[in-house]
Write a protein that binds this ligand. Structure first.
Ligand SMILES: Cc1ncc(COP(=O)(O)O)c(C=O)c1O
Length: 441
C-alpha cells in the first residue's frame, strides 16, 4: 500500500488504504474488486470501524460515569448482521417500530437492553414490546401513557417506563431533525406544565413504573452546550417532582444526535468531548441539587455507523455545460440516499479507482432518478472522471439505507461487510422480481 495524503481519506473508515495503482481499499479489500463482484450501487461497511465506535462510546462514557448504558439507535441503520454485532459488543438497542424490534428479536437480542421509542406506537407494536418484556417503553404522550397502562393491566404485568420530555432547547441543526423545541410532535413539554401532569399520571397508573426521563434534542448536534442546558432543565424538573410528588429519578437519557464529520470544512466535537460535557454537567447539577446520580442512557446512532459506511457508484453519463457546470451521473441517488435532497446534507467524494491522480476537475455528482433535486454532491474536486469509473462517497453509513426507496422502480443496493481482507454480503441486491413480489393482480 502506498502512503496517500489525500485529506478526504480521513473521512473514510479507519481501515482505509490506497494501493500503488491508486485503488481504494476498505477493510483490506480492494473497492474495485468489490464492485466487480457485487455491482453498484454498493454500500460497504467496515466491521473494524463499527466495533471501534461501539467501544469508544462505551469507554469514553463509562470511564467518566460507570453507570452508563450505550444503546444504539437502530433508525440510523439496522439489519440482522448489525444487530448481531451490537449484541456482541454489549450495547443496548433503541427501537422505534415493530420492524426494528423484530430484527432485534430474530438475533436473540437481550430484551432487557431494549428501549422502545416513538411518538405514535401502534397498539400491536406495544403488545409485541410488552410481550417480549422490553426493558423500557419511552412514553411520548398522554394517549400512550393510558394505552400502555391498559395493555400492561390486561397482561397483568408492571412495565418500566421513561417519560420523553420536551425541554424547549434548540440544538441548532436542520429544522427537519429538530425535536426538543416546544413546537415539536415529540414528548411532554416542560414549560407548559404537561410534563408535571404526566409524572402525576404515570405515578398513579396501576401497571406502570416510572423510572426516569428521556429527551432527544435533534440530530446531528454539532455543539455540546444544548445537551448541558437540557440536562440542567431535566434535573431541575426532577428535583421539583421530588419535592412535589416524591418522585425519585433513577434513570436519565439525553438521547443521541452526536455529529460526525461529513466534509473536510466541518468541525464536530469528538465522542470524548460529548461524554465530558454530558457527564460533567450531570454530576455537577445532581450535586448542586442533592439528587442521587441516575443511571445514564446514551443513544448514539449516526456516530456509530456513519463513518463505517461507504457508498460506491459507477459513473455513466458525463454532461458538460460550458462555463456553467459539469455533471457526473451515477447509478444511484435519492433512491439510496435522500439526505442531500431532504436535509441539504453535504458529502465529499473521490474516484475509487484513481485515488492517486490529481483532483483537477470540479464536478457535481448527480443521481439517476427523474428529479432535478437528485444531486448527491455539489461542486466537488475529483480526479478526471470517465464513464465506468467508481465514485466513492464516505460517511454513508447512517440514514441512507434505512431511508432508501424504490422510486422509479429501481432496486435497492446490495450491502457488504468487510473485515481483514474478506467481504461478505449482509444484504443482497433487490431484483426486479423483488419489486413485484408484493403486487397482486
Ligand atoms: C430518540 C432518539 N434517540 C436517538 C437518536 C439517534 O440520533 P443520532 O443517529 O443522530 O445519534 C434519534 C434520532 O432521531 C432519536 O430520535
Amino acid at each position: 500500500m502506498s502512503q496517500n495524503s489525500l485529506p478526504k481519506l480521513s473521512l473514510f473508515p479507519l481501515t482505509t488504504e490506497v494501493d500503488n495503482r491508486g485503488h481504494l481499499y476498505i477493510g483490506g479489500y480492494d473497492s474495485v474488486e468489490l464492485v466487480r463482484e457485487y455491482g453498484t450501487p454498493l454500500y460497504v461497511f467496515d466491521e473494524f470501524t463499527l466495533r471501534s465506535k461501539c467501544r469508544e462510546f462505551q469507554a469514553e462514557f463509562t470511564k467518566r460515569y460507570p453507570e452508563t448504558l450505550i444503546i444504539y439507535a437502530s433508525k440510523a441503520f439496522l439489519n440482522r448482521a448489525l444487530a448481531l454485532i451490537f449484541k456482541e459488543e454489549g450495547l443496548g438497542l433503541d427501537v422505534v417500530s415493530g420492524g426494528e424490534l423484530s430484527v432485534a428479536q430474530s438475533v436473540g437480542f437481550p430484551p432487557n437492553k431494549v428501549y422502545f421509542h416513538g411518538n405514535n406506537k401502534t397498539t400491536d407494536e406495544l403488545k409485541l414490546a410488552l410481550n417480549w418484556r422490553v426493558s423500557r417503553i419511552v412514553v411520548d404522550n398522554f394517549y400512550e401513557l393510558d394505552l400502555v397502562n391498559r395493555l400492561a393491566e390486561e397482561m397483568e404485568i408492571v412495565q418500566n417506563i421513561l417519560l420523553r420530555l420536551t425541554p424547549g432547547v434548540d440544538p441548532h441543526t436542520h429544522r427537519h431533525t429538530t425535536t426538543g423545541i416546544l413546537d415539536s410532535k415529540f414528548g411532554f413539554p416542560l414549560t407548559t406544565g404537561q410534563a408535571d401532569i404526566a409524572v402525576a399520571q404515570a405515578m398513579s397508573a396501576s401497571n406502570l413504573n416510572l423510572l426516569g426521563f428521556h429527551f432527544h434534542l435533534g440530530s446531528p448536534i454539532p455543539e455540546v452546550s444544548p445537551y448541558q442546558l437540557a440536562i440542567d432543565l431535566a434535573l431541575r424538573f426532577a428535583k421539583e417532582m421530588k419535592g412535589k410528588r416524591d418522585f425519585h429519578l433513577e434513570e436519565l437519557s439525553p438521547g443521541g444526535g452526536f455529529a460526525v464529520k461529513y466534509t473536510l470544512d466541518s468541525s464536530t466535537p469528538s465522542i470524548a468531548n460529548y461524554a465530558e460535557a454530558i457527564v460533567s454537567k450531570l454530576i455537577s447539577t445532581a450535586d448542586e441539587l442533592r439528587l442521587a446520580y441516575p443511571q445514564l442512557i446514551v443513544e448514539p446512532g449516526r456516530a456509530i455507523v456513519g463513518q463505517a459506511g461507504v457508498a460506491l457508484y459507477t459513473a455513466g453519463t458525463i454532461k458538460e455545460i460550458p462555463r456553467i457546470r459539469n455533471y457526473v451521473c451515477v447509478d444511484g441517488g435519492i433512491g439510496d440516499n435522500v439526505r442531500p435532497a431532504f436535509y441539504e446534507a453535504r458529502y465529499e467524494a473521490l474516484v475509487a479507482n484513481k485515488v492517486s491522480e490529481k483532483e483537477s476537475t470540479k464536478v457535481t455528482i448527480a443521481g439517476r432518478y427523474c428529479e432535478s433535486g437528485d444531486i448527491l454532491v455539489r461542486d466537488v474536486a475529483l480526479s478526471p472522471v470517465l464513464p465506468g469509473d467508481i465514485i466513492a462517497i464516505p460517511v454513508s453509513g447512517a440514514y441512507s439505507i434505512p431511508m432508501a426507496n424504490n422510486y422509479n422502480m429501481v432496486p435497492k443496493p446490495a450491502i457488504v461487510m468487510v473485515r481483514d481482507g474478506k467481504a461478505h454480503p449482509i444484504r443482497r441486491r433487490e431484483s426486479y422480481q423483488d419489486l413485484m413480489s408484493l403486487d397482486v393482480i
